[in-house]
Write a protein that binds this ligand. Structure first.
Ligand SMILES: *Cc1c(COP(=O)(O)O)cnc(C)c1O
Ligand SMILES: [Zn+2]
Length: 431
């Protein structure tokens, strides 16, 4: 036991800070890192595990009074919520990717098909590298910079690598990104275009993640966005929750459906809603949070349906590669939130995921990747099962762009006909 403690302590104190420590105000209104399990607090630094119980650390704040008007006067990107994030007040003065403030679309056509009266799609496919990961990476980049990191890195299921490579390029910091070698080709190209250091690992995401933890422990000055700066990184997902509330006219939705890989995004959207309530920025009201997984990697959905807290890790086998985390770090908190809010965690087959992609495209003109197909398909399944209430206002999050997962649907949609360039030939198609 003591050997483990020593080992871990050495890893975590691998000091990526300049000798004088972070500058005053480097993390905005954040005051400490606090253990999610035991509440133990440590100072703001490159730490991610509680020194007392190894629980995950998360950012704790002392918020001043914040008004809607102050936020509305900010830039049309996530930095309008600077006061609510672990980033400095002068965050806009350093190059970053300025993600966020993506469209919240009233989805009446999809709503009609699913039987939901009041449906919205939060479309995060329009972020700079076409997934919600630009939000978390922008926050991680700020932390890496304030901690004096020399290398900006990540293990990734694809989208994260794209976002890290692009943000690092813009910031002029060396990037190294690690992916499973069986990843979709478009996602590989979308990283390789921004960085010379794309490393494909023969293994699944959980293997890649383990390797990253090992490297983080050995090398000085490496900021692995979702490992040793994970507490700061994860806060970026809160901006999805803030934006949805602001775009609804400073209101919370009744129901929200969110895809689950590690579970971080879902837990942070809930944290965002809770903060907005506490700050008096929205009215307190009940809302239900639903998680979406693929059957080929549904450890949280399985635990939810078995009514247990024991999440059994799985070996992923699904077309939803961006959700293919077999051992989800925040899965237990996803279960807590789904149960506390009266939501659920559900899973769908690869066939249903494909159908979800096509349905969103043909009803709303949005081409989503497999994660979004999963979310749409789970929404449909939950309505049919009578779990999701079709009379309540519902938001579905589309987290990524379909051009990155073309293979998932390319054999399933195609030209209706190939014809000679003549009117007769066209008429013969019956279109
Ligand atoms: C990473 C990712 C998710 C899930 O994120 P977690 O916070 O790990 O649950 C969802 N959708 C897409 C497209 C992603 O890339
Ligand atoms: Zn602890």
């Amino acid at each position: 036991m003591s050997a483990v403690v020593t080992e871990d302590h050495r890893t975590e104190s691998a000091d990526t800070r300049p000798a004088e420590g972070p500058r005053e105000g480097a993390f905005g209104n954040a005051v400490a890192l606090s253990c999610r399990e035991c509440g133990h607090r440590v100072g703001l630094g490159p730490f991610y595990a509680c020194p007392e119980c190894f629980g995950p650390l998360e950012v704790a704040y002392e918020f001043p009074a914040i008004t809607r008007e102050q936020i509305e006067a900010g830039p049309r990107n996530i930095w309008r919520y600077q006061a609510l994030l672990p980033v400095p007040t002068d965050i806009e003065s350093s190059p970053n990717t300025e993600p966020g403030f993506t469209r919240l679309l009233k989805a009446d056509n999809l709503g009609r098909e699913l039987g939901i009266e009041n449906l919205w799609v939060k479309d995060d496919s329009t972020n700079p590298t076409n997934s919600f990961k630009d939000r978390v990476v922008a926050c991680a980049l700020s932390a890496a910079r304030e901690l004096g990191s020399k290398v900006f890195a990540c293990p990734s299921t694809g989208n994260l690598a794209n976002a890290v490579a692009a943000a690092g390029a813009r910031a002029g910091i060396k990037t190294v990104v690690f992916i499973p070698s069986n990843l979709e080709q478009p996602k590989q190209v979308n990283s390789a275009i921004f960085t010379e250091n794309l490393v494909a690992v023969d293994g699944n995401y959980d293997d890649v993640n383990k390797l990253a933890s090992e490297i983080a422990g050995e090398e000085d000055g490496w900021a692995f966005v979702n490992v040793n700066v994970r507490p700061y990184y994860a806060e970026g997902s809160k901006t999805l929750g803030y934006e949805i509330a602001e775009q609804l006219g400073w209101r919370l939705p009744d129901q929200i459906v969110i895809p689950v890989a590690s579970g971080s995004q879902l837990t942070k959207v809930d944290k965002a809603f809770q903060e907005l309530i506490r700050l008096g920025l929205v009215e307190d009201k009940p809302y239900r949070v639903f998680g979406a997984q693929a059957e080929g990697c549904g450890p949280v959905a399985t635990a939810f349906k078995a009514d247990t807290d024991a999440i059994r890790p799985v070996k992923p086998d699904t077309i939803a590669k961006s959700l293919a985390i077999g051992n989800p770090a925040d899965g237990i908190y996803v279960l807590d939130i789904a149960r506390r809010t009266g939501g659920a965690v559900e899973e769908v087959t690869d066939e249903e995921i494909r159908a979800g992609i096509v349905q969103l495209a043909r009803t709303e003109g949005i081409f989503t990747e497999t994660a979004g197909g999963t979310t749409v398909a789970v929404t449909k399944k939950l309505v049919e099962a009578g779990v999701l209430d079709p009379t309540l206002e519902t938001v579905v999050i589309n987290t990524g762009h379909g051009l990155k997962t073309l293979d998932a649907v390319s054999g399933h949609v195609s030209a209706a006909a190939t014809i000679a360039p003549s009117y007769t030939a066209f008429k013969a198609t019956g279109i």
